[in-house]
Design a protein around this ligand. Sequence first.
Ligand code: PLP
Length: 399
Amino acid sequence: MSETTWREDFSRVLSPVFGAPQLELVRGQGSYVWDAEGRQYLDLLAGIAVNALGHCHPAWVMAVTEQAATLGHISNFFTSPPQIALAEKIHEILNLPTGSAVFLSNSGAEANEAALKMARRTGGGGRPIIIAVDGAFHGRTMGALALTAKAAYREPFAPGVPGVVHVPFGDVDALAAAVNDTTAAVFIEPIQGEVGVRRHPPGYLRAARELTSAAGALLVLDEVQSGIGRTGTWFAHQDPAIGEGVVPDIITSAKGLGGGLPIGATITVGAENTGLLSAGQHGTTFGGNPIACAAALAVLTTIESEGLIDHARRLGEKLTTELASIPGIAEVTGQGLLLGLGLDGENPDAKAVAKRALEAGFIVNAVTPERLRLAPPLTITDEEIAPFLAALPDLLTHD
Ligand SMILES: *Cc1c(COP(=O)(O)O)cnc(C)c1O
């Protein structure tokens, strides 16, 4: 469809909440997508850390199409082989203790909503306070939104879900002052994605675990963006340098898990946490859908068979070194294939850089006005990413 036509059609029939789309994309393969004019783009964002296997990976396509042709949907009055196989695989990659359990839903926000309901049941209920960290992003539904730090996202929809307190980023003393026997849970992203890919200072996660344990509160790790191999371990907190050996009570996952089909998971560690919700206290029509589960299972088994976790770590290390040496880049944050590029200069304009990149055939994300985010498919190769590294100095400096 010609550019003017799809733009007009979009604005006539679709919601304006996302702003005007940058492109109309018609096809994807591996690390690339194409628009209707046949222009090719290197996808360094992967649907925001979703297309873990890139676009149309044969194993993913086969799993989805075979499942669609076998059994597409059933209600949660029933289970299906892909649902059980996926949950078993999640238990395996997290090495979960007996009694742990997976609740399947359809998105990151929903995974966090389930965790919120579990938090409300901590200690049999009656603990009103849930703590989140400044800079956090946990989703856009009303509960997840209450946890999300950015006031501009929350304030137009006040009153929000009550009881949520935001603590300053990286401040152990502030966290210690906030956590007490009224606290139901502390929600933390091991790596904060939407604020520009940021790690907590050393000791923070460990302190959060000690404080929540002592207070009888839950520690919920939101790994919606940082999980599924992206940072060089299955989940970011499994890297001792990030997770500091902490065992959370609940882990939430989504984005990369389905490799492009909608799925979320709320993982309770141990029988006590699994018991926070009893039969009938939560539900979802589509959660655990056979096709979404088959897709997720294909993602996890392919990550394993293709060695993509080690690949993400190695390529991330190489990219970090190479990007940090490019003039105009002040710092590189994150790990593996979840990287934030802090731009140099007095008035950095990440949006303008992302626009020039798009015109040059590279999809990157201006995650904040000063920072770019890279979250390419885990399957991306050194050779595929080389032209971007070569083009970047020019993209950073030339209007
Ligand atoms: C994207 C994201 C969410 C929300 O996921 P949706 O699928 O958009 O609802 C929650 N937490 C984190 C850390 C995210 O990056």
